[in-house]
Design a protein around this ligand. Structure first.
Ligand SMILES: Cc1cc2nc3c(=O)[nH]c(=O)nc-3n(C[C@H](O)[C@H](O)[C@H](O)COP(=O)(O)OP(=O)(O)OC[C@H]3O[C@@H](n4cnc5c(N)ncnc54)[C@H](O)[C@@H]3O)c2cc1C
Ligand SMILES: NC(=O)c1ccc[n+]([C@@H]2O[C@H](COP(=O)([O-])OP(=O)(O)OC[C@H]3O[C@@H](n4cnc5c(N)ncnc54)[C@H](OP(=O)(O)O)[C@@H]3O)[C@@H](O)[C@H]2O)c1
Length: 451
């Protein structure tokens, strides 16, 4: 059976692994990736100071080394390649395209200069080619990060790390240079609900207390009404509360930069200065309301304050980027599907032989490891549905690459990527870093050109 997987993040690689490990069906996988580099958010999202997490790529390298696997990088579904092309050349298709669009706050002033979605800031410091030219102005002293998830924590931490902490990471050189000259001294992480509802995880919260020259500050009033547990057990909520309580009770130290964690506030307007750049953020105080189903919602009280900040980074989640010909679930912000089988968004009837895995299936929730079982689950559906499919004659396996070359595309193979990888690792040695990323697609293709 011949399968096309679109996207080379964790979900795509785990789907490939589950397919290629089968002993009951012989599967060939072609993995298409819009960038010349693989690994999705493991390369372009995971924070540079979390190198241990990135080691997961070794597992994906083993999948890529299988003779029945082919990587076709620098090929974007929707422009270089159509869904119709895929249907003609493959028995089954798996969309593993992640969530590349950012959610919006939907408040006045959101689009002004220095109000930048966290996606942009994160892509910029991680050397994602889409964001290499992003304007990140670090001449301001105070920044607000909106959201209470791990992405908000990542963004705040990178803003506050010292150059020495960052140099040894694979942070993009342009970001390192800008952060060396950064004037940012205070960052505010703003949660619309309370400490008990925060979705950041305890190791990430704890790390905020371990930065070289920045310290977390929680005003005691922020924890009012929270019952601080004596011991945390296994609950994320309890562990978070204990850590926040520890931050709230410690005396402010000598570290130059401060990270304020604030809760129960929602931005209502991004305020501009005379030049149209961020000068502040209007915040409405919230109260919490328990719903019939037990969930807790934030409700505005009408009490407004202005937080003086020069930059706002909303880190409030993502949704799937629409691709021509791929059905989209408007309400859920994902590719329309039923347990991983792609469906028509209106009739909900299954579109045969098309599947979706990862964040494109579920929305932006879950750690890298969670995709292993989730992708394998969808692969079970593929195998159940695929009986007899392989007898459908397809064009030669090389026909798809010939077609793409006819369209003028330079396809990047996995061996090509390994060559880029070597170049990046060698460049990184200059600053004793794991790699110094090439951040420009043209420059990547130039490295490969003489071959
Ligand atoms: C900032 C950030 C930090 C994170 N840090 C951690 C962490 O430390 N630990 C952890 O466990 N989890 C972390 N996560 C979560 C983890 O990254 C995700 O769970 C995981 O990457 C989602 O996998 P995916 O394969 O669905 O999507 P992605 O990783 O986003 O991969 C999607 C791939 O599809 C490609 N693609 C998109 N559109 C097309 C197209 N049209 N044609 C071809 N290719 C396309 C993209 O280029 C990308 O390579 C983090 C997430 C973010 C946002
Ligand atoms: N180091 C790591 O392990 C790491 C790093 C980064 C990301 N990740 C993972 O990647 C996934 C995505 O992370 P994430 O931080 O983007 O998602 P998240 O955990 O869902 O956090 C999103 C935050 O945005 C808030 N929010 C949403 N809409 C808002 C609005 N209109 N106004 C104000 N706040 C709003 C949410 O509040 P409500 O809760 O009130 O909705 C929530 O606090 C998570 O599974 C995360 O654990 C992991």
């Amino acid at each position: 059976m011949r399968v096309a997987i679109i996207g080379s993040g964790p979900a795509g690689f785990y789907a490939a692994e589950a397919l290629l490990k089968r002993t009951d069906v012989a599967v060939h996988v072609d993995m298409f990736e819009r960038l010349p580099t693989p690994y999705g958010l493991v390369r372009g999202g995971v924070a540079p100071d979390h190198q241990n997490i990135k080691a997961v790529t070794r597992v994906y390298e083993r999948t890529a080394a299988r003779p029945t696997f082919r990587f076709l990088g620098n090929v974007r579904l929707g422009s270089d390649l159509t869904v119709e092309d895929l249907r003609r050349h493959y028995h089954q298709i798996v969309y593993a395209v992640g969530n590349e669009a950012d959610r919006r706050l939907g408040i006045p002033g959101e689009g002004i200069a220095r109000c930048t979605p966290a996606t942009v800031f994160i892509g910029w410091y991680n050397g994602h080619p889409d964001y290499r030219h992003a304007k990140i102005d670090l001449s301001v002293s105070r920044v607000a990060v909106v959201g209470n998830g791990n992405v908000a924590i990542d963004a705040a931490r990178i803003l506050l790390r010292t150059p020495a902490e960052l140099e040894k990471t694979d942070i993009a050189e342009h970001a390192l240079e800008a952060l060396r000259n950064s004037q940012v001294r205070e960052v505010f992480i703003l949660g619309r609900r309370g400490p008990e509802q925060a979705s950041f995880t305890p190791p990430e919260l704890k790390e905020l207390g371990e930065m070289e020259d920045a310290e977390p500050i929680v005003a005691p009033g922020e924890l009012a009404g929270c019952v601080i547990p004596e011991s945390a057990g296994n609950s994320q909520q309890d562990k978070n509360l204990m850590l926040l309580h520890a931050f709230a009770t410690q005396q402010p130290g000598a570290k130059a930069k401060k990270l304020h964690l604030r809760f129960n506030v929602s931005p209502t307007e991004v305020i501009a200065d005379a030049e149209g750049k961020v000068a502040g953020l209007a915040l409405e105080k919230n109260r919490l309301e328990v719903q019939h189903d037990g969930t807790v919602k934030a409700r505005g009280t009408g009490e407004i304050e202005t937080l003086e900040v020069g930059m706002v980074l909303p880190a409030i989640g993502f949704s799937v980027e629409r691709i021509a010909g791929v059905p989209y679930d408007e309400k859920a912000g994902v590719i329309a599907n039923q347990d991983g089988r792609v469906v028509d968004p209106l009739s909900r009837s299954v579109i045969a032989n098309e599947y979706v895995v990862g964040w494109a299936r579920t929305g932006p929730q879950g750690l890298i490891g969670s995709h292993k079982a989730a992708s394998a689950h969808v692969v079970e559906h593929m195998i159940d549905d695929g009986a007899g499919l392989a007898s459908r004659a397809l064009p030669e396996r090389e026909a798809i690459t010939a077609l793409l070359r006819e369209r003028g595309l330079q396809i990047v193979s996995f061996n090509d990527w390994k060559q880029l990888d070597e170049v990046e690792v060698a460049r990184g040695e200059r600053r004793d870093a794991p790699r110094d990323k090439i951040v420009d697609v043209e420059a990547m293709l130039e490295v490969l050109a003489p071959r």
